[in-house]
Design a protein. Structure first.
Length: 448
């Protein structure tokens, strides 16, 4: 839908010669809100349990999980304080770039605490809470925040002073509410379209895993005679398959080295070190790497990626530890970190084992074997990895299964990519619509 501009604009001091809607007031945020307000004395005396928000409880769509509660006395120091009527946004990378924010409403106690990695904004007189929530979602606020970030590597943060000095054009309160009502209505429609595409992607991925699982555990012949594998995790396998373990087909396992690196992806002629995320999406992703710059650090790298290898993540969250990727070609300038293994196989196709590693039979064995002091970080030992059981077809049949799955999955992957592109376009449109409405580039008074 096309929206018209306002009939009148005037010069502004916001950004040089920018124009703003007539009647809107150019102003810095410091004059219309409180930043990270202090905890009141009455709250400091409270013995109640209240809402606690870790970063994972804050959604990129403004959603909140308020199911967690903790005693106030445990939260008075080292946490962010907020009340009903406040707006929160994640200030740390990559959560800020991803748009994590929330408008706080409906807390039974009226207040709560959360991670220190959020900034609390309390709107003052003349600023609607929901309008403020949309301000922090504009492209202008995001782009300026990213440019102002301080810190190193993955711990960059948007400084408070930048937020205080950020300039906006503030409409009268009644017009703020018109804009907010319009955006609530329009973004809800966009979010519904995004949710539909996300559900389609989930269905396609389930189909993908189901197809892979059947092919690598039961074969392609629906009439094949079956036998009990003798292994609980495997169940029945085709009678001519062998119930095997990885240790019987592994030729070699090499590990990389932990080195200091930058947080950007290396070019083809630079030395890179793989991150564990290089295998977290069900395939090998060479872009999941960091650039090694220091000559001394470059001298310490070991184990370049070799084509035909299986790359395995030996340390990660319970959901990702044991993830694998198949490296189809050599990457002479790309090296493994100490949390990755490069596995070479004999009498088994690395591509077949990679596909098999996406089954529940594999994931169940990984879950049973992993250990770790923290529930968020688990480790897989070499011995436990080599002991994993699987059904081994003859090599020619492995190749047929791989070829079949490559063709079938390519079709599903194309559909998934199409839906992901649509989601990206919808998100861009939503962001542009919010920015244009909040900054007065479009007149939505007749559309609300």
């Amino acid at each position: 839908m096309n929206y018209s501009a306002y009939p009148e604009y005037c010069a502004s001091a916001l950004n040089g010669d920018d124009m703003v809607r007539s009647g809107w007031k150019p102003i810095r945020l410091r004059h219309i809100l409180k930043l990270n307000p202090l905890v009141p004395k009455s709250v400091r005396k409270s013995m109640a349990e209240v809402t606690f928000l870790p970063m994972e409880a804050i959604g990129e769509d403004g959603s909140l999980d308020i199911s967690r509660e903790r005693p106030v006395q445990q939260l008075l120091d080292g946490y962010s304080y907020f009340e009903n009527g406040d707006v929160l946004f994640a200030k740390v990378t990559p959560c800020f770039e991803n748009g994590k924010f929330a408008t706080i409403q409906g807390l039974s106690s009226g207040f709560g605490f959360g991670t220190t990695e959020v900034t609390t904004l309390r709107p003052g007189a003349g600023l609607d809470q929901r309008f403020l929530g949309y301000i922090v979602r504009t492209d202008l606020f995001k782009q300026a925040g990213i440019a102002a970030m301080t810190g190193a590597g993955g711990l960059k943060r948007v400084p408070d002073e930048h937020v205080r000095n950020f300039r906006v054009a503030l409409p009268p309160m009644d017009e703020q509410r018109i804009i907010v009502d319009f955006l609530d209505h329009e973004t809800a429609k966009i979010d519904a379209l995004i949710a539909k595409q996300e559900q389609l992607i989930a269905t396609l991925r389930e189909d993908r895993i189901a197809t892979i699982t059947h092919a690598v555990t039961k074969g392609l012949d629906p009439n094949a005679e079956m036998k009990d594998s003798g292994v609980e995790w495997l169940g029945e396998i085709p009678a001519h398959w062998e119930a095997s373990r990885l240790k019987f087909v592994v030729k070699s396992v090499d590990s990389g080295t932990s080195v200091n690196a930058g947080d950007w992806t290396p070019s083809a002629d630079e030395i890179g070190i793989l991150k564990t995320s290089c295998v977290s999406t069900g395939r090998f992703n060479a872009a999941g790497s960091k650039t090694v710059v220091d000559p001394e650090e470059i001298g310490r790298v070991t184990c370049p990626v070799r084509g035909g290898s299986l790359i395995v993540n030996r340390a990660n969250t319970p959901q990702l530890v044991g993830s694998t990727g198949y490296a189809a070609e050599d990457y002479p300038n790309l090296y493994l970190s100490d949390k990755l293994w490069q596995v070479r196989l004999r009498s088994a196709s690395a591509k077949f084992i990679h596909l098999w590693s996406q089954t529940e039979a594999y994931r169940s064995q990984i879950a049973a074997k992993c250990v770790g002091a923290s529930s968020s970080m688990q480790n897989l030992s070499m011995g436990d990895f080599r002991d994993i059981a699987f059904g081994l077809p003859p090599m020619p049949e492995q190749q047929l299964i791989v070829e079949y799955l490559d063709a079938h999955c390519a079709k599903l992957d194309a559909l998934i990519a199409k839906s992901e592109q649509m989601i990206g376009a919808l998100r861009e449109y939503r962001s542009a619509l919010i920015t244009d409405a909040v900054t007065g580039k479009i007149d939505v008074r007749g559309a609300a």
